[in-house]
Design a protein around this ligand. Structure first.
Ligand code: ATR
Length: 276
């Protein structure tokens, strides 16, 4: 009997909007690999059982998206330090019949910045992070690990910003939402992790002129690719990086672990995801 092709997928609820099947499908084809990557819609009350069943079903692992990222961490037999600190997992790898959890969102954030803005350095100066949800947790953790000397967190609900600041300790400072413009002063990195600016949502309106001249602004929103926030940054003469790349780069680590090839993020992948 020959071994079946490797199997992986994405678990979410809903999952129909997920770009992961297109990303991994593109890489499987690009590298001529036999393998499957499937989308699995799993309701919240079934998530624990479904995730625990992945090894027995023959999966090499899975991506986990909303609202199951915390459950994925909780059911895993082992977890990376970053997944534990962030409190959520987006990548599960089956090893010796058990589940290992990781969170690759912060890796995706950093790699996107490095690819799209090669002169950007995490440690070049303070960073402003707008928002304090799941994406913000991964971004703040990644910036802290990469040596950002000061991370200014601004969120509409201040208590969430304070809870996030505690994850990374001293480098994180919380500012009021109403003081966001003051917090821009001298920043080398500007990140929107709120849903403001997404198609159908109000824009994020913030003057960015006080940022460092060499600052780079990025947005986790990628529909549209050029959000009002990134437009403001461009108008202020700043470099910008759109949010699609974070999604693409976070997928690299799972693909490599499940299918054994380290894939690349390039223009062909961007086109495939934007226009499947
Ligand atoms: P995710 O896990 O994808 O980051 P989330 O946890 O729902 O999603 O976070 C969404 C972020 O957008 C939060 O920081 C949220 O602010 P609150 O913590 O105050 O809810 C922010 N956000 C959403 N709508 C907003 C709005 N109209 N004005 C300001 N911030 C908003």
């Amino acid at each position: 009997m020959t071994a079946p092709p490797p199997l992986a997928g994405v678990v979410g609820w809903p999952v129909g909007h997920s770009k992961s099947p297109v990303i991994h499908g593109h890489w499987l084809k690009r590298h001529g690999l036999a393998g499957w990557y499937v989308a699995m819609a799993v309701a919240p009350q079934d998530a624990e059982r479904a995730l625990r069943a992945l090894p027995a079903l023959g999966f090499r692992g899975a991506n986990v998206t909303l609202p199951h990222k915390e459950t994925a961490l909780a059911v895993a037999d082992a977890a990376s330090a970053r997944a534990r600190r962030i409190g959520a997992a987006n990548t599960l790898v089956v090893r010796d019949g058990g589940l290992e959890a990781d969170n690759t969102d912060g890796f995706g954030f950093l790699e996107n910045m490095r690819q799209e803005a090669p002169r950007w350095r995490a440690d070049a100066g303070p960073a402003l992070v707008l928002g304090a949800g799941g994406a913000a947790r991964a971004v703040v953790h990644a910036l802290a690990e990469a040596g950002t000397p000061e991370i200014r967190i601004v969120n509409r609900t201040r208590a969430r910003a304070e809870a996030l600041a505690e994850i990374v300790g001293g480098v994180a400072l919380v500012h009021d939402w109403s003081e966001a413009e003051d917090a821009v002063e001298g920043c080398a990195t500007l990140v929107n992790t709120t849903s403001l600016g997404m198609a159908g949502q109000p824009p994020l309106e913030l003057r960015l002129d006080a940022a460092a001249k060499a600052a780079v602004a990025t947005d986790i929103v990628y529909t549209p690719l050029v959000t009002p926030f990134l437009k403001t940054a461009r108008d202020a003469g700043l470099a910008t990086v759109d949010g699609l790349g974070m999604l693409l780069h976070q997928a690299r680590l799972g693909f490599e672990r499940w299918f054994g090839v380290a894939p690349e993020v390039d223009e062909a992948l961007r086109r495939a995801v934007l226009d499947p």
